[in-house]
Design a binder for this molecule. Structure first.
Ligand code: HC0
Ligand code: SF4
Length: 550
């Protein structure tokens, strides 16, 4: 489609959902504070104003039309955008240096880019209320009412824990009846944090606890989740480094960590256990379909919205908790270490993992969960250049993992690994994956003994809701369902650095795929240290399984 932009004739995608998206493709980034490609269009902030055939319109709500004349950069448009920024800034807490989003805030970025040095309007800051009752912290004084969090929570996650409350100058985003988030159905996925353009929603920062552990004589043991390494590489501008995780190991060792293990080892263990669990349920025809239980946001979602289906959740702990249990209960004994002296720290892309570690049944296993963002702060504060560190291998025995284990970090990885184990156990003749819709893929595996195992790989909890309802209404017949709460899986977790948008998630998935491809062990069953663990620990099953109450 031909359009004329600022006097230039350009070709734009006729299928672009709106002018803002179309212009991005031709290299014009229209400023906006409330546009999200994953949700419905809101059109509230008005920053994306452009002129179309002489009329001012918001580009996020305008469909591209053949031959349209668009102006994106007139003095009037720039003046209006500056005015909008000043109005927002007048009612915004501008204590930027101590804001969690200092350096990654979109409002701060625009204030700088548009050269705002003076706000002409009287300051009328929003009242400050901080809700730190959960891993997701809310600060009402930094909210600009863009509604991105509200739409994300409702439309993509199907939760609806937060919404607009009150009117006019009193407007704010809040859970119903001003409750704290911990009293709501929030699943702590942190997807609202990922889309919040300012510091109104952020993940609780627990870095101080790491400094404490390191200085209090604790034996600090680290474990790194699959999706952390790729986002960290991106954060530090490191491209195509097959040793990124090993450089991180090196950094943590220099920083005082006693050992560093790979959560992908725990993932091998989980894939192995879950494959056997699936075979057992299939042969007994019970508790089907099997729901994966690695994602703590999904587990909480099932518990609160589908309590009768908690039995369908796999009883295998997540890789974080399974590996954590092995370290605290087996490894500590082997080394004659008092578990109380250990501070087990897991580095996760996820905010809900903080919640998972605090769940009643898991307390005392993982002592501290830090997000990729916190890890990146820890590295930056050390002033050590990650790129210049010699890689060091993960520590044995829990540093060895297969392609299957590492693949857990992106959507579909858990189920693919389970199928890989099934291939080793009963033989898979043919495997087909097809996309039913965005975020829902179906996998069909034909076994050597003539069965077809059907599974779904789902991301986004609103998608999961659709799938579960279809299963309940018998519109869908599957044996196993993998759900990851965040779009594209853990690579898009709420603890990943900004921007945590579709483009970043896709690029991290691609990078993870490359890291997976160079691993020498293919199937979790090939993990010789895992095999050894089974031989050495007769009650391993007990240690790495849990129960969910309806
Ligand atoms: Fe994930 Fe996991 S893959 S949930 O996304 O299953 O957070 O990366 O660590 O536990 O392994 C997150 C990532 C993990 C766990 C693993 C699983
Ligand atoms: Fe909603 Fe997830 Fe944010 Fe909770 S953490 S408010 S569930 S988007």
């Amino acid at each position: 489609m031909t359009v004329y932009v600022d006097g230039r004739q350009v070709q734009i995608d006729p299928n672009a959902s709106n002018l803002l998206e179309a212009l991005k493709e031709v290299g014009i980034e229209i400023p906006n504070l409330c546009y999200l490609s994953e949700t419905s269009v809101y059109g509230a902030c008005r920053m994306c104003l452009v002129e179309v055939d002489g009329q001012l319109v918001t580009s996020c709500t305008t469909k591209p039309r053949e031959g349209m004349h668009v102006k994106t950069n007139t003095p009037q448009i720039q003046q209006l955008r500056r005015g909008i920024l000043e109005l927002i800034l007048a009612s915004h807490n501008r204590d930027c240096t101590v804001c969690e989003r200092n350096g990654s805030c979109k409002l701060q970025k625009y204030a700088e880019e548009f050269g705002i040095r003076n706000v002409r309007f009287d300051e009328l800051p929003k009242p400050r209320f901080i809700d730190a009752s959960s891993p997701i912290v809310r600060d009402t004084s930094r909210c600009i009412l863009c509604g991105d969090c509200v739409r994300m929570c409702e439309e993509v996650q199907g939760v609806g824990a937060i919404d607009f409350a009150y009117r006019g100058i009193e407007s704010r985003v809040s859970p119903a009846f001003e409750a704290n988030l911990s009293e709501t159905e929030c699943v702590y996925c942190g997807q609202c944090v990922s889309v919040c353009p300012t510091g109104a929603l952020y993940a609780r920062n627990d870095l101080e606890k790491l400094y404490e552990a390191l200085s209090n004589g604790k034996v600090v043991i680290g474990m790194i989740a699959p999706a952390v390494r790729v986002a960290l590489a991106e954060e530090f501008g490191i491209e195509k480094d097959p040793f990124i995780a090993e450089r991180l190991v090196s950094f943590l060792k220099f920083s005082g960590f006693f050992k560093v293990f790979d959560v992908a080892f725990g993932a091998d263990l989980v894939a192995f256990e879950e494959a056997h669990e699936l075979l057992e349920r299939l042969s007994n025809d019970e508790r089907l379909p099997l729901f994966t239980s690695c994602c703590p946001a999904w587990v909480k979602y099932v518990e609160q919205f589908y309590p009768t289906l908690t039995n369908n959740l796999s009883s295998v702990k997540s890789p974080q908790q399974a590996l954590g249990s092995v370290v605290k209960r087996i490894y500590a004994r082997k080394l004659n270490l008092d578990p109380e002296r250990i501070c087990l720290v897991s580095f996760m892309p996820c905010t809900a993992k903080k919640f998972e570690a605090e769940r009643e049944e898991h307390v005392g296993i993982v002592d501290l969960v830090l997000t990729t963002k916190e890890l990146s702060q820890f590295i930056k504060a050390s002033r050590i250049d990650l790129r210049k560190l010699e890689p060091q291998p993960f520590d044995r025995p829990y540093g060895v993992s297969s392609q299957g284990g590492l693949d857990f970090g992106k959507s579909g990885g858990v189920l693919s690994s389970v199928i890989t184990v099934l291939n080793d156990e009963i033989g898979i003749e043919d495997e087909r994956i097809f996309e039913l819709e965005k975020g829902i893929r179906q996998i069909e595996a034909k076994t050597k003994d003539g069965r077809t195992i059907r599974g779904l790989m789902v991301f986004g909890l609103a998608n999961a809701r659709k799938v579960v309802n279809d299963i309940l209404e018998a519109k869908m017949n599957v044996d196993v369902v993998e759900v990851m709460a965040c779009n594209f899986g853990c690579v898009g977790g709420g603890g990943q650095p900004y921007p945590n948008d579709t483009q970043a998630r896709q690029s991290r998935s691609k990078q993870l795929k490359e890291l997976v491809a160079v691993k020498s062990l293919i199937s979790p069953t090939e993990n010789y240290h895992m095999r050894k663990l089974y031989e050495e620990v007769p009650n391993l099953h007990e240690l790495i399984h849990t129960t969910y109450r309806p």
